[in-house]
Design a protein around this ligand. Sequence first.
Ligand SMILES: Cc1ncc(COP(=O)(O)O)c(C=O)c1O
Length: 1017
Amino acid sequence: MTDLDHPAPDFPLEQAAALAREHFGVDGELSRLDSERDQNFRLVSASGDWTFKIVNASEPALESEFQAALFDHLGAVAPELALPRLRKTVSGSTLATAEGVSGVRHALRMVSWLPGKPLAESARTTEVLHSLGRIMGRMDRALQGFIHPGALRAFDWDIRRAGESRSRLHHIADDADRALVTRFLDRFDAHVAPRLPALRAQVIHNDANDWNVLVDPERPDAVAGVIDFGDALHTVLIAEVAVACAYSILDEADPIGAAAGITAGFHAEYPLREEELDLLFDLIAARLVISVTLSAQRKQRTGDNPYLAISEAPAWRLLRRLDAMNPRFATAILRHACGFDAAPGASAVSGWIARNAKTFAPILKPHPATLTKALVPYGDAANQMTVASAAADPDTASAWWDAYAAEHGVTLGIGPWGEARTVYSGDMFRSRLIEGERRDRHLGLDLFMPAGTKLYTPLAATVKSVEIEEDPLGYGGLVALLHEPEGCPPFVTLWGHLAHEVVSRLKPGDRLEAGALVAEMGAHAENGGWAPHLHFQISVDPEMAARDILGVGEARYLDVWQSLFPNAATLAGIPPETFAQTGLSRAEIVAERKAKLLPNLSISYSEPIKFVRGDGVWLIDDRGRAYLDCFNNVCHVGHAHSHVVEAIATQAAKLNTNTRYLHDNIVAYSERLTATLPPELCVAAFACSGSEANSLMLRMARTHTGREDAIVLDWAYHGTTQELIDLSPYKYKRKGGKGRKPHVFEAVIPDSYRAPEDWPVEEHARRFAASVAEQIEAMRKQGRAPAFFLAESIPSVAGQVFLPEGYLKEVYAMVRAAGGICVADEVQVGFGRVGSHWWAFETQGVVPDIVTMGKPIGNAHPMAALVTTREVATSFNNGMEYFNTFGGNPVSCAAGLAVLDVIEQGDLRRNASEIGAYLVERFRAMQERHESIGDVRGMGLFLGIELVEDRRTKVPATALAKKICDGVRRRGALMGTEGPHDNVLKMRPPMIFTRADADLLVAILEETFEAVEAGGQ
Ligand SMILES: Cc1ncc(COP(=O)(O)O)c(C=O)c1O
């Protein structure tokens, strides 16, 4: 071992020059250099500049040989690196020796002089620190394969031996300083030393302090070279980084940031491992501890030696700064700088949360996604609420927010993750990482609701801690829950600003199931002095105590905090649209539509909604509010159903073309579709819209019968083309309509609710069918006869009218007797919506000659179909081709197949029956409480509630229906109004509607009826 007390050699200059000449053949001008234990000279000669070293006599020969071998190795393996190169002696050896004053022999070594200015005297820019890391990384990569017996030295500066600094503690005079070093030594012994033996070890330079690192004054952002290999040894690789950091971050405003720059540079050249980075913070401190304890020891022995004490004061300052930091945060920064998760498992937690977003229990009731939300103005420093909050005036802050929320109909205020805020005015928000900076970025998600709002855990949890944080503008009631879901690393949720009741109700170790009550939002007296809200935060580091979790962080490290404390919005069920709006505003779209689109396009609701996303039974608007969709029957198996989306995308990515080429999908789909129908209906044709299907039907019926005339039901709608408008009393009888054409004959709507009172119920079918008989008779009188009878199997536009039992049997018999064919329009009601059957006509016990289908067929993919009998298909085959460019294409058929899969595999017809029956039962119960509900009708998930002014007179309550529909929308659900008087509430929710969805719909309806009946909205 080198004896540090052995005095450095002291050869006179002339003698040293003679030795250089004699042994290395270099003649030049010699000048002294500083050295702790050797005697070093700069030698300027004609052959270049050299460093000439007369080694301390106490250095074993083995170590000198190791040094020489090390230079040799680097020269061979990494000649491109700016490192000193060994000059051999005149006799070709790597070392020479010389006798000193007292007869002891000293090794002599000569290496090339590296030009440059020490980093200690240069600006420590981000670039130069990164460059330092890189050069050390490249050097150590080059040293990977090098070993020498002399490298295995026992040496105080070996970071693995930092624990021995404890034996030098008594040299530190100041109690506080000793306690400081002791704290680091305790951490070293407990956390670091046991893990060191498992780390990579190799020969390293071990002394990249800022006097040994040279910068080119011409290019001050790049390290020009590294010198002085005197401390090289075989130890843990990460020590190289720790040593380089320990010196280069001294007196930096952001020492960890500077260390991260060096570390990232090293990692770029020589990848570090997570287990190495996890110890780096402590190893940086360990190096400083070795340094200050050795200095203290030597100071006591040798008195003031300015060289020994050179880095002492800054080292103490840095130790104090490091001591004030949370090592987990520093480690997070260092890990992140190298591209690792800020804490192990961070991305796995975020990924798991994203993948399981649909399974979490709601944190609030009702579900926060369904509430009208707005951002709380903490991002605006000048806002009155912000100013009041920063001044710890929660009354004014609350009053501002309450008024704003009332004015804008907002029920949930949101404080987003990452927001820059000025409200954090206290001293506790001073950064401990970066001198002179404040923490101002919000790392939780704030949910503002009235004090007392109950909060539930989205996932099963074990209570980790329950406490009250008393600091002004602190958390008040504070709970941490540990979650350990299957397939996800454990993580913690933090619940701040709670009412204090939680402290007596929960204790660490308590188990909470998903959806269990956690706490209530606290009033300002209990929540740290804020307008009532929940601060909800995730920590992917499950070890971190609640008070250590950083609720507000430094802007500079936002990306680190994002990894460590990811945005809790998804876990809290807040749709992303809440935070950022994309595209045009609602008003802009309305204006653009007016300017550029047909004015005939109508818009639902006087305050139109802009939807940006669909998800199952939900439609999500541009401000992140989710509406329960009970109206749009097109997304039959739920909005954006993954199986359908995938089927469409997969086929679209492969091939989409027309039916003139052969493809499997069209025949596979025809097979599957016709299998849902009675055997007579066995020939399929495809189109792109319900109108096209009905239009094709028209061609078929006319070709098959050779006739033109039609019988339709009053107030029916069958499509948008002129020929279908002519068959749609709902259109031709209303605004802009030209009235009934001579070839069209209207039968009355067979609406049992509005049947004459004296008609016995069992005769409704026959009596309503008489209207069709009258039309046939009217035709006959004009010398006409029906080509077809066309009706929806449950007239929908006419007001969700359920045909009297046996009605179609009567009518079909009459029409067929008159030579016509019978057509069922199942564009709205097909595909299992009625639950008991695939097709609504089946509930009437008839088999039509043609069935037309659309809307739900492709779950919103534009697609339609017609299925007919072999007989009709054969007569239609008159030589004229049926070609439809897009109809029946492979993508549409893939969508159709996927929809059938979902209905069948999810047993959705049974679901429609059960949930539909449940809804009818609940609506009937409502009917008992609300006089205005004249009739409740439904089959499966095709439902109607008819509103009347008076149950006896049945005067339609048109205005009320609109109010209810609007009120329901205001409360977060979508439905429509239908019927000749627009007084029937119409509902056709997706087939995946659950009992919980049904309960929510009923609750919303109930609340709306009560509000409207009380004169509200
Ligand atoms: C019963 C009925 N038939 C046909 C159509 C026309 O379908 P599409 O709008 O797809 O052309 C509709 C559309 O609302 C409809 O409700």
